[in-house]
Design a protein around this ligand. Structure first.
Ligand code: F6R
Length: 616
């Protein structure tokens, strides 16, 4: 939540800050602001409630005196509503000092009381302004920005990334992080800070990830990283694998449309380099083989769509590895005192790698001796850094707030990890692994076919349904988490009531919701894999149809059993039972996007949400 960017170098900083914020806007978009130290050495700032465009328009109408040192922020409100006053940067020390912040300063009330007692005044309701005023007080005493900043961050509790600059020190931006992301971009005679690499990838692909409780000072020709006590810290540079164009819309009407179209590559790129001669060998897991051979249980933790990816992948994971697998929402897992230890493998799934609930659950599991594996899409993010092993999903940057291509990549990565572990443990033969790999490798073409043959049809009937007030989704087995994902995507971007159910649960209550005209999506499993499961789902369709439901079946090509009972049939190509969900989810992503578009909503930036949820 909240996007942060910083720049020092020879170039005018306003454009660099604004284009960095545009790439980070998915992290929060209820207000935005920048501060720059102009050529005359004066710090000036502009901030506006609303999306980044409001700030852009304001700057176009009334430009700031530009400078070559600056910080910028796009906000997802925590303390204080989305107003101009609460937007960042927050100024202190007679407006010579500017601070931006991501996270929550938990002890801000006590610090504020102390500052008020000292006669300081506040212009906003934010916790951030408390840090700014405190820094102003410390700086006034010493005149040393880095030392004052160090002393302030050591007094803060909670989660934060903070950046600060002072007009007495043009060419210097200081930053700190605790449980919140911050990465450094290394340029030629210029340096950058960002909440993630998207902030600066158009300028440099050379980056440094800052560790927990570390402080960085960037100058045009130097980067200095220390811990909170001031001792120097060695940081390993890494090369950003995304290029700048990957984070551009590239002619698509929305990032979500682009990202749905990239679902085939998201799967293909995640598989690439992890299969040798038809056998899965995930290089990132090899160091852990001994442990993987011995674990006696697996717990998958994640939130939202990532949790549904975990639920989907868990069926095959358990069957292939013969290790019991459970899936839990990260925020529930951590607070229920789970029984875990060195024989437990905790797999976290997170697109951003920054979701605070998931991060805290990973730390909790690690402290209790569990082995931790992170499935993540973002290089240099915090969760992979806190884990024993990482399997990156190579979905490319996901900018739309609603997750789509990351979902299919996450299931793919789970399958690869499961097949790797099955090989290590000998729970599958090489021939079985090769057969599953062949099915996995066929998925990108299958998704591409769904996009090609069904997208226009789905968008059309989604547009006819723009006035629909409620949509239900049913599935069994691996179709159940797909139903949950379909419902989440719809409520998230269309603001329509939507619920997913296990089809077998229908008669235990939800069937009471069915009334004439109620749209219900049903994920129909292949009759080839399990005639019994298929029969049961077709019976469920008949039960709801008899009560007037309008049935939209997602069924494999050639399944004619659904035809008499379905109002619409969305076809997916034939696939093995564990691979069908990777195809069946695509029509649901297209439908949610089509309906939201028909309602005239912003599919990329739905209300009240942010992509990277860095508060608990
Ligand atoms: C839904 C969605 C969210 C995220 C969840 C976890 O479309 O995007 O439910 O899946 O907030 O985010 P990550 O994967 O970044 O941990």
């Amino acid at each position: 939540m909240c996007g942060i960017v910083g720049y020092v170098g020879p170039r005018p900083s306003t454009d660099i800050l604004i284009s960095g914020l545009a790439r980070l806007e998915y992290r929060g978009y209820d207000s935005a602001g920048i501060a720059v130290i102009a050529g005359d050495g004066v710090l000036s700032s502009r901030k506006r409630a609303g999306k980044l465009q409001v700030l852009r328009d304001d700057l176009a109408a009334h430009p700031l005196a530009d400078g070559t040192t600056g910080i910028g922020h796009t906000r997802w409100a925590t303390h204080g509503g989305p107003t101009d006053a609460n937007a960042h940067p927050h100024l202190a020390d007679d407006d010579k000092l500017a601070v931006i912040h991501n996270g929550i300063i938990e002890n801000f009330a006590a610090l504020k009381a102390d500052l008020l007692a000292d006669g300081y005044a506040f212009r906003s309701e934010t916790d951030t302004e408390v840090a700014a005023v405190l820094l102003g007080r410390e700086y006034a005493a010493s005149g040393d920005l880095v030392a004052a900043f160090r002393s302030v961050v050591a007094r803060l509790e909670g989660a934060f990334t903070l950046l600060a600059m002072h007009q007495d020190h043009p060419g210097l931006v200081v930053g700190a992080r605790r449980n919140s992301p911050l990465v450094i971009g290394l340029g030629e005679g210029e340096n950058f800070l960002g909440s993630d690499v998207a902030a600066f990838v158009e300028h440099t692909r050379s980056a440094l990830a800052i560790g927990q409780d570390e402080i960085v000072a960037i100058r045009p020709d130097a980067v200095e990283v220390t811990d909170f006590a001031g001792s120097a810290v060695e940081v390993e540079p890494f090369e950003v694998v995304w290029d700048a164009s990957a984070a551009e819309k590239g002619g698509w009407p929305s990032f979500m449309a682009k990202e749905v179209s990239e679902e085939p590559e998201a799967v293909a790129n995640t598989v690439r380099g992890r299969v040798r001669d038809g056998i899965v060998a995930v290089p990132e897991l090899e160091g852990l083989d001994e442990v993987l051979g011995e674990v006696s249980r697996v717990i998958i933790i994640a939130c939202g769509t990532a949790a549904y990816a975990g639920m989907t992948g868990a069926y095959a994971f358990e069957q292939w590895t013969r290790v019991p697998v459970t899936v839990e929402l990260a925020h529930e897992f951590r607070y229920r005192d789970p029984v875990i230890g060195p024989d437990t493998l905790v797999i976290s799934i997170s697109q951003s790698g920054e979701t605070m609930d998931t991060l805290m659950a990973v730390k909790y599991a690690r402290e209790r001796g569990a082995k931790t594996l992170s499935i993540c899409n973002t290089q240099g993010a915090t969760i992979p850094r806190e884990s024993d092993a990482i399997v990156y999903t190579h979905a490319g940057p996901e900018v739309a707030v609603a997750s789509t291509k990351a979902f299919v990549a996450q299931i793919t990565a789970l399958y690869l990890a499961a097949l790797h572990i099955a090989r290590v443990r000998g729970s599958l033969t090489d021939a079985e692994i090769t057969a599953h790999v062949a099915e996995l490798e066929a998925v990108p073409a299958g998704i591409a076919r769904v996009l090609e043959t069904e997208q226009a049809h789905i968008e059309q009937f989604a547009s006819w349904m723009a006035d629909t007030r409620s949509v239900l989704f049913l599935g069994r087995h691996v179709g159940y988490p797909i139903a949950l994902e379909g419902a989440l995507k719809l409520k998230e971007i269309s603001y329509i009531h939507a619920e997913g159910f296990a089809a077998g649960e229908l008669k235990h209550g939800p069937i009471a919701l069915i009334e004439p005209g109620q749209p219900v999506f049903v994920i129909v499993p292949s009759p080839r894999a399990s005639a019994e499961l298929h029969r049961k789902v077709v019976s469920n369709i008949q039960e709801i149809r008899a009560r007037g439901a309008r049935v939209i079946a997602v069924a494999e090509e050639g399944d004619v059993a659904v035809l008499p009972f379905a109002d619409e049939v969305l076809r997916i190509p034939l696939a093995g039972p564990f691979f069908e969900p990777l195809l069946a989810v695509v029509p649901l992503h297209i439908f949610a996007m089509g309906l939201a578009t028909a309602k005239g909503l912003d599919v990329d930036q739905p209300r009240n949400l942010a992509k990277s949820v860095t508060v608990e």
